[in-house]
Design a protein. Structure first.
Length: 240
Protein backbone atom coordinates (compact mmCIF):
# COMPACT_ATOMS: atom_id res chain seq x y z
CA UNK A 1 0.00 0.00 0.00
CA UNK A 2 2.88 2.37 0.67
CA UNK A 3 4.00 2.04 -2.98
CA UNK A 4 0.47 2.44 -4.44
CA UNK A 5 -0.21 5.84 -2.87
CA UNK A 6 2.54 7.75 -4.77
CA UNK A 7 1.40 6.18 -8.05
CA UNK A 8 -2.19 7.29 -7.47
CA UNK A 9 -0.96 10.78 -6.65
CA UNK A 10 0.99 10.95 -9.90
CA UNK A 11 -2.04 9.78 -11.93
CA UNK A 12 -4.30 12.37 -10.28
CA UNK A 13 -1.76 15.11 -10.96
CA UNK A 14 -1.57 14.15 -14.64
CA UNK A 15 -5.37 14.18 -14.94
CA UNK A 16 -5.48 17.63 -13.38
CA UNK A 17 -2.87 18.95 -15.83
CA UNK A 18 -4.80 17.50 -18.79
CA UNK A 19 -8.04 19.06 -17.60
CA UNK A 20 -6.46 22.46 -17.06
CA UNK A 21 -4.93 22.37 -20.51
CA UNK A 22 -8.36 22.09 -22.10
CA UNK A 23 -10.00 24.98 -20.30
CA UNK A 24 -9.27 27.57 -23.01
CA UNK A 25 -10.47 25.45 -25.92
CA UNK A 26 -13.78 26.62 -27.40
CA UNK A 27 -16.12 23.86 -28.55
CA UNK A 28 -19.05 24.73 -30.78
CA UNK A 29 -21.53 22.29 -32.33
CA UNK A 30 -19.27 19.41 -31.33
CA UNK A 31 -16.13 20.80 -32.96
CA UNK A 32 -13.30 22.78 -31.41
CA UNK A 33 -12.11 26.14 -32.65
CA UNK A 34 -9.15 28.23 -31.57
CA UNK A 35 -9.45 31.00 -34.17
CA UNK A 36 -11.98 33.58 -33.04
CA UNK A 37 -12.89 37.17 -33.79
CA UNK A 38 -14.03 39.43 -30.95
CA UNK A 39 -16.17 42.54 -31.36
CA UNK A 40 -16.78 44.73 -28.30
CA UNK A 41 -19.70 47.14 -28.18
CA UNK A 42 -20.86 49.49 -25.45
CA UNK A 43 -24.49 50.25 -24.65
CA UNK A 44 -25.70 53.02 -22.38
CA UNK A 45 -28.78 52.13 -20.35
CA UNK A 46 -31.56 54.46 -19.22
CA UNK A 47 -29.70 54.85 -15.92
CA UNK A 48 -26.65 56.15 -17.82
CA UNK A 49 -24.74 52.96 -17.01
CA UNK A 50 -22.42 51.75 -19.77
CA UNK A 51 -22.46 47.99 -20.39
CA UNK A 52 -19.75 46.44 -22.57
CA UNK A 53 -20.65 43.38 -24.62
CA UNK A 54 -18.00 41.24 -26.30
CA UNK A 55 -19.20 39.09 -29.19
CA UNK A 56 -16.91 36.20 -30.12
CA UNK A 57 -17.50 34.99 -33.67
CA UNK A 58 -16.46 31.38 -34.20
CA UNK A 59 -15.67 30.46 -37.84
CA UNK A 60 -17.84 27.81 -39.54
CA UNK A 61 -20.40 28.03 -36.76
CA UNK A 62 -24.06 28.99 -36.72
CA UNK A 63 -23.89 30.52 -33.24
CA UNK A 64 -21.72 33.11 -31.57
CA UNK A 65 -20.95 33.52 -27.90
CA UNK A 66 -21.41 36.86 -26.24
CA UNK A 67 -20.25 37.65 -22.75
CA UNK A 68 -21.54 40.45 -20.55
CA UNK A 69 -21.34 41.38 -16.83
CA UNK A 70 -24.23 39.00 -16.11
CA UNK A 71 -22.48 35.96 -17.56
CA UNK A 72 -22.33 34.20 -20.93
CA UNK A 73 -25.15 33.84 -23.44
CA UNK A 74 -25.26 32.18 -26.84
CA UNK A 75 -26.86 34.11 -29.69
CA UNK A 76 -28.09 32.89 -33.03
CA UNK A 77 -26.11 34.03 -36.09
CA UNK A 78 -26.23 33.22 -39.79
CA UNK A 79 -22.92 33.90 -41.49
CA UNK A 80 -24.08 33.88 -45.10
CA UNK A 81 -27.27 34.54 -47.04
CA UNK A 82 -27.98 30.87 -47.73
CA UNK A 83 -27.95 30.01 -44.01
CA UNK A 84 -30.10 33.06 -43.34
CA UNK A 85 -32.74 31.93 -45.86
CA UNK A 86 -32.79 28.45 -44.33
CA UNK A 87 -33.31 30.07 -40.93
CA UNK A 88 -36.29 32.07 -42.24
CA UNK A 89 -37.87 29.02 -43.87
CA UNK A 90 -37.39 26.63 -40.94
CA UNK A 91 -38.48 28.79 -38.01
CA UNK A 92 -41.74 30.28 -36.82
CA UNK A 93 -40.77 33.87 -37.56
CA UNK A 94 -43.27 36.59 -36.54
CA UNK A 95 -45.24 38.11 -39.42
CA UNK A 96 -43.83 41.56 -38.70
CA UNK A 97 -40.21 40.34 -38.73
CA UNK A 98 -38.17 42.72 -40.88
CA UNK A 99 -36.26 40.64 -43.41
CA UNK A 100 -33.07 41.47 -45.26
CA UNK A 101 -35.01 41.89 -48.52
CA UNK A 102 -36.83 44.84 -46.96
CA UNK A 103 -33.58 46.64 -46.10
CA UNK A 104 -31.43 45.41 -49.01
CA UNK A 105 -31.17 48.94 -50.46
CA UNK A 106 -28.73 49.73 -47.65
CA UNK A 107 -26.11 47.19 -48.72
CA UNK A 108 -25.13 43.61 -49.54
CA UNK A 109 -25.78 40.95 -46.89
CA UNK A 110 -22.78 39.92 -44.79
CA UNK A 111 -24.30 38.16 -41.77
CA UNK A 112 -27.21 38.25 -39.33
CA UNK A 113 -27.33 38.01 -35.53
CA UNK A 114 -30.42 37.68 -33.35
CA UNK A 115 -29.65 39.65 -30.18
CA UNK A 116 -32.74 38.46 -28.31
CA UNK A 117 -33.34 34.85 -27.22
CA UNK A 118 -34.31 33.05 -30.42
CA UNK A 119 -34.44 29.71 -28.57
CA UNK A 120 -37.50 31.05 -26.73
CA UNK A 121 -39.04 32.46 -29.91
CA UNK A 122 -37.99 36.02 -29.07
CA UNK A 123 -37.15 37.94 -32.26
CA UNK A 124 -37.55 41.44 -30.83
CA UNK A 125 -33.94 42.57 -31.40
CA UNK A 126 -31.56 41.63 -34.21
CA UNK A 127 -28.90 43.10 -36.45
CA UNK A 128 -27.88 42.81 -40.09
CA UNK A 129 -24.28 43.46 -41.12
CA UNK A 130 -24.06 44.80 -44.68
CA UNK A 131 -21.61 46.47 -47.09
CA UNK A 132 -22.74 49.05 -49.64
CA UNK A 133 -21.41 50.05 -53.07
CA UNK A 134 -18.87 52.39 -51.49
CA UNK A 135 -17.33 49.38 -49.73
CA UNK A 136 -18.61 50.80 -46.42
CA UNK A 137 -19.57 48.41 -43.60
CA UNK A 138 -22.78 49.14 -41.74
CA UNK A 139 -24.71 47.58 -38.87
CA UNK A 140 -28.49 47.74 -39.19
CA UNK A 141 -30.11 47.16 -35.80
CA UNK A 142 -33.82 46.31 -35.64
CA UNK A 143 -35.52 46.55 -32.26
CA UNK A 144 -39.16 46.31 -31.22
CA UNK A 145 -40.01 49.31 -29.05
CA UNK A 146 -42.96 50.59 -27.06
CA UNK A 147 -42.30 54.32 -27.38
CA UNK A 148 -42.87 56.23 -30.58
CA UNK A 149 -39.95 58.23 -31.97
CA UNK A 150 -40.99 61.83 -32.48
CA UNK A 151 -41.26 62.83 -36.13
CA UNK A 152 -41.46 66.53 -35.37
CA UNK A 153 -38.51 68.34 -36.91
CA UNK A 154 -35.78 69.35 -34.46
CA UNK A 155 -32.90 71.29 -35.98
CA UNK A 156 -29.92 71.92 -33.67
CA UNK A 157 -27.12 73.90 -35.31
CA UNK A 158 -27.81 72.01 -38.50
CA UNK A 159 -25.13 71.92 -41.17
CA UNK A 160 -27.19 72.80 -44.28
CA UNK A 161 -24.93 70.80 -46.58
CA UNK A 162 -24.22 67.63 -44.66
CA UNK A 163 -25.67 65.68 -41.73
CA UNK A 164 -22.27 64.27 -40.77
CA UNK A 165 -21.61 66.97 -38.19
CA UNK A 166 -23.09 69.90 -36.31
CA UNK A 167 -21.32 73.08 -35.30
CA UNK A 168 -21.32 72.39 -31.57
CA UNK A 169 -19.09 69.76 -29.96
CA UNK A 170 -21.85 68.72 -27.57
CA UNK A 171 -24.19 65.78 -28.05
CA UNK A 172 -27.40 66.55 -29.85
CA UNK A 173 -30.18 65.33 -32.08
CA UNK A 174 -31.56 66.42 -35.43
CA UNK A 175 -34.95 65.04 -36.45
CA UNK A 176 -35.79 65.75 -40.07
CA UNK A 177 -38.37 64.05 -42.30
CA UNK A 178 -38.99 61.38 -39.67
CA UNK A 179 -35.29 60.48 -39.47
CA UNK A 180 -33.38 60.95 -36.20
CA UNK A 181 -29.68 61.84 -36.47
CA UNK A 182 -27.84 61.31 -33.17
CA UNK A 183 -24.61 63.22 -32.49
CA UNK A 184 -21.83 62.78 -29.95
CA UNK A 185 -19.23 65.56 -29.62
CA UNK A 186 -20.62 67.15 -32.76
CA UNK A 187 -20.14 64.06 -34.91
CA UNK A 188 -22.81 61.77 -36.32
CA UNK A 189 -23.06 58.65 -34.14
CA UNK A 190 -26.10 56.83 -35.52
CA UNK A 191 -29.31 57.26 -37.52
CA UNK A 192 -32.71 56.07 -36.27
CA UNK A 193 -35.75 55.41 -38.42
CA UNK A 194 -39.03 54.17 -36.97
CA UNK A 195 -41.27 51.78 -38.87
CA UNK A 196 -44.40 50.68 -37.01
CA UNK A 197 -43.30 49.33 -33.63
CA UNK A 198 -39.68 48.92 -34.73
CA UNK A 199 -36.70 51.22 -34.41
CA UNK A 200 -34.11 50.72 -37.14
CA UNK A 201 -30.68 52.05 -36.21
CA UNK A 202 -27.90 52.56 -38.76
CA UNK A 203 -24.44 52.46 -37.21
CA UNK A 204 -20.87 52.24 -38.48
CA UNK A 205 -18.52 55.26 -38.24
CA UNK A 206 -20.88 57.37 -40.35
CA UNK A 207 -18.60 60.40 -39.97
CA UNK A 208 -16.14 58.59 -42.25
CA UNK A 209 -18.65 57.84 -44.99
CA UNK A 210 -17.14 58.80 -48.40
CA UNK A 211 -18.14 62.26 -49.59
CA UNK A 212 -17.26 61.63 -53.25
CA UNK A 213 -18.30 58.00 -53.60
CA UNK A 214 -21.14 56.34 -55.47
CA UNK A 215 -24.73 57.42 -55.02
CA UNK A 216 -26.14 55.10 -52.33
CA UNK A 217 -28.98 55.06 -49.82
CA UNK A 218 -26.61 56.21 -47.06
CA UNK A 219 -25.08 59.02 -49.14
CA UNK A 220 -28.59 60.31 -49.91
CA UNK A 221 -29.61 60.02 -46.26
CA UNK A 222 -26.59 62.12 -45.22
CA UNK A 223 -27.49 65.02 -47.49
CA UNK A 224 -30.34 67.35 -46.46
CA UNK A 225 -31.10 67.82 -50.16
CA UNK A 226 -31.87 64.13 -50.75
CA UNK A 227 -32.62 62.72 -47.27
CA UNK A 228 -36.39 63.20 -47.46
CA UNK A 229 -36.71 61.20 -50.69
CA UNK A 230 -34.33 58.51 -49.42
CA UNK A 231 -36.31 58.07 -46.20
CA UNK A 232 -39.59 57.84 -48.14
CA UNK A 233 -38.15 55.17 -50.46
CA UNK A 234 -36.88 53.21 -47.46
CA UNK A 235 -40.30 53.18 -45.80
CA UNK A 236 -41.87 51.95 -49.06
CA UNK A 237 -39.32 49.10 -49.19
CA UNK A 238 -40.09 48.18 -45.57
CA UNK A 239 -43.79 47.91 -46.41
CA UNK A 240 -43.19 45.24 -49.07
Amino acid sequence: MKKVTPIISIILAMCCMTSCGNVNETVTNGTSSTSVTEITTETTTAANTTVSTTVTSIPNSTTIATTDPMGEQYLLTKENYSLYLSFLNSNNIPKDFITYDQISDIGIFSHFVCLSNADLGDYSHYVYFVKDNNDFNLSVYVERIEDIISTENVLMNENPLDYRNISTEEKGVIIANGVKYVYVKGQLFSIDIQYGNFKITLDGNLMDYPTNGEDTFISRLLSPATAKAAAAEFVIALAK
